[in-house]
Design a protein around this ligand. Structure first.
Ligand SMILES: [Zn+2]
Length: 56
């Protein structure tokens, strides 16, 4: 299953590569690794991601 989210950096569609939890100053935080147009991947806190966009 592939899901996409709006890229928080450039606002284009980004593909979600994975979801995992990292320890943070306020306790564990959930992150998504996403890839948008190009070879770059980004780590995005789930709290900063808007509703996933489902594409047919
Ligand atoms: Zn982007």
């Amino acid at each position: 299953m592939t899901s996409t989210v709006p890229c928080p950096d450039c606002d284009r569609t980004a593909t979600v590569l994975g979801r995992f939890t990292l320890p943070g100053p306020d306790g564990p935080a959930e992150f998504l690794r996403v890839r948008c147009a190009g070879p770059l991947t980004l780590l995005v806190p789930v709290a900063e991601v808007r509703q996933p966009v489902e594409r047919p």
